[in-house]
Design a protein around this ligand. Structure first.
Ligand code: DX5
Ligand code: ZN
Length: 227
């Protein structure tokens, strides 16, 4: 039975009190915390590195970290995230010359490996990697910034990947990232996603708990109807 995950992206959080922000969404039922690592090369934005994870680890806050690497190079970064409690490390195929090797490197640290597919990137990268992946991250915005509009044409892609996962009976999380709101999540559920990276819809809302509660209600209603 598929589990459904709500994954707040801290890109839109208030960094001046990041630990409180994370504790608030965790107490409101968030499953993982999504960290958008940007190097101003792979995408034209610069965010943060592993030191954030290290300080959170040292401040004894426990959570499943979902690391999304939007960096020109990834292999040299993987150890520092893996050694700071990363549970998932996801990279874009364009960021490595050897996709299979990078997946193995992530898994060699005991982390789960994800591949991120940009909106207009084809699915052929999955042909020879899907059996090694724990997570597929489907970008529903062009990577680099929060608060963008969901690209509806990605729904078809999500459906295709869901069919592929189910046909091969693989235990892979199908995660969607970018522009997810209360009023469009049902379409993304219908397309077959089971993990939802949500940034501004949560962190720009007045009440994180209420927002996450309402999103969970939509997911549970969808689930109950499917039974
Ligand atoms: C964009 C990031 C997304 C983004 C989601 O490059 O990968 O995780 O933070 O933010 P919203 O939900 O505001 O689109
Ligand atoms: Zn992301």
């Amino acid at each position: 039975m598929k589990k459904f995950f709500i994954v707040p992206s801290i890109l839109s959080a208030n960094f001046a009190c990041l630990k409180d922000e994370i504790e608030c969404v965790l107490n409101s039922g968030a499953d993982f915390i999504h960290f958008d690592i940007m190097d101003n090369h792979y995408v034209s934005n610069l965010t943060f590195g592993p030191l954030i994870l290290e300080s959170l680890k040292n401040s004894n806050i426990k959570f499943n970290a979902d690391i999304h690497l939007m960096t020109e190079k990834v292999d040299s970064l993987i150890p520092s995230f893996a050694n700071n409690n990363a549970k998932f490390i996801t990279f874009h195929p364009e960021s490595t010359n050897h996709i299979d090797k990078t997946i193995s490197l992530i898994k060699s640290f005991g982390c789960k490996a994800g591949l991120a597919i940009n909106p207009s990137t084809s699915l052929h990268h999955l042909d020879y990697t899907i059996n090694k992946l724990d997570l597929i991250l489907v970008m529903s915005v062009n990577p680099g910034f929060g608060k963008q509009k969901f690209l509806d044409y990605v729904l078809k892609k999500i459906e295709k990947i869901r069919k592929l996962i189910d046909k091969k009976k693989l235990n892979i999380i199908l995660e969607v990232d970018g522009g997810i709101k209360k009023d469009n999540i049902i379409n993304i559920l219908n397309a077959g996603a089971n993990s939802f990276v949500i940034g501004s819809e949560i962190f720009s809302s007045k009440n994180y708990k209420k927002t996450i509660y309402n999103i969970r209600k939509i997911i549970n209603n969808y689930n109950n109807k499917k039974k």
